[in-house]
Every structure is written in C-alpha cells, then in structure tokens.
Design a protein around this ligand. Structure first.
Ligand code: NI
Length: 172
C-alpha cells in the first residue's frame, strides 16, 4: 500500500470524467487499498480515483476516521439511481484546500455499485453518507464542489487560490 499524491485544483485531470471499470483485477484492488490509505492519512471521509490522477470509476468512503472505529467502503462504478429532497450543507474537499462552502445536494439517494469482490450492491443512503457519495461520484464525473456553488463564491475561491499559488511561487 502507498500514500498517493492528491491532485489539487486547478489540475486539469480533476475535470476528466473517469472510465467505467470492466474487470476488477489486482490493479484495481491495489488502487482501492491505496485510496483508503491516502484518505485516512489526509485525513478525509472520501476519496475518488480521479483525485490521484487515475481516471477509473472507483471511490472510497469512511465516515469514521478514528482507527478503532473504521468502516471502509469501496464503490466500483457507483451511480445514483434516485435522489430525494434537497439540503444545503458545508463541504470541503482534499483537492480544494483551505476552502469550504455550502453546497445543495439531495438528502437521500439510492446508489448502485459493485463491491471489490465484484458483487453488485444497491444502497439507500442519507445524512453524511449520502453527501459523501454525491461528492465522490461528482469527482468521477469531473465535477468539483466549487462547480456547484454560486459564481460569486467560486470567484472568491479562485482569486484566493491564485494568490496562494503566487505566494508559493515567490517563496519557493
Ligand atoms: Ni472531494
């Protein structure tokens, strides 16, 4: 297992939709293990392969970051079948450092995916799990949470990120 580098906005690879996985082989199993390790190390509650520069449809989620309570979930080719209700909640992202913003998403969703062993699953999610899954599936489609906020707030973030990059350039 390895800790992978997480791509940061505005890396263009974050905008690329990921490919469907046809065969779950050792490469995919290793990638899932690395994604989990990278997510725990960050730390975060979700990570998509897109964020480590691997354009394939696998995402990991664990709402319990404390080591003794961990409950890792791996989703291969996840897709949202249904969504219900809407709520605004504060979100952040490992690929969008130092910024959080309220994002409107469904409160409850039905997701279909495959597990690492290839078996199909269909889950109904709500609360934080529904939120994390929508965020990660967005990543697999090349969408960041800042693409879902108001143009004004996005502008504020972009300006801040540009400034941070300039500071980094002049100090390194
Ligand atoms: Ni994210």
């Amino acid at each position: 297992m390895a800790i992978l580098e997480i791509l940061k906005y505005p890396d263009s690879r974050l905008k690329k939709p990921a490919k469907e996985i046809e065969k779950i082989d050792d490469g995919i199993r290793d990638l899932a293990a690395d994604l989990l390790e990278t997510m725990y190390c960050a730390p975060g509650i979700g990570l998509a392969a897109t964020q480590v520069g691997q354009p394939v449809r696998v995402a990991v989620v664990d709402l319990f970051s404390q080591e003794e309570k961990r409950k890792p979930m791996v989703f291969i080719n996840p897709e949202i079948l249904e969504g219900e209700g809407e709520e605004l909640l504060e979100e952040g992202c490992l690929s969008v450092p130092d910024f959080t913003c309220e994002v409107k998403r469904h409160c409850r969703i039905t997701v279909r995916a495959r597990k690492l062993d290839g078996s199909p699953i269909k889950i109904q999610a709500e609360g934080l799990l529904a939120r994390a899954l929508q965020h990660e599936i967005d990543h697999l489609n090349g969408i960041l949470f800042i693409d879902r906020i108001s143009p004004l707030k996005r502008h504020i973030y972009r300006r801040k990120a540009r400034k941070a990059r300039e500071v980094q350039r002049t100090t390194s």
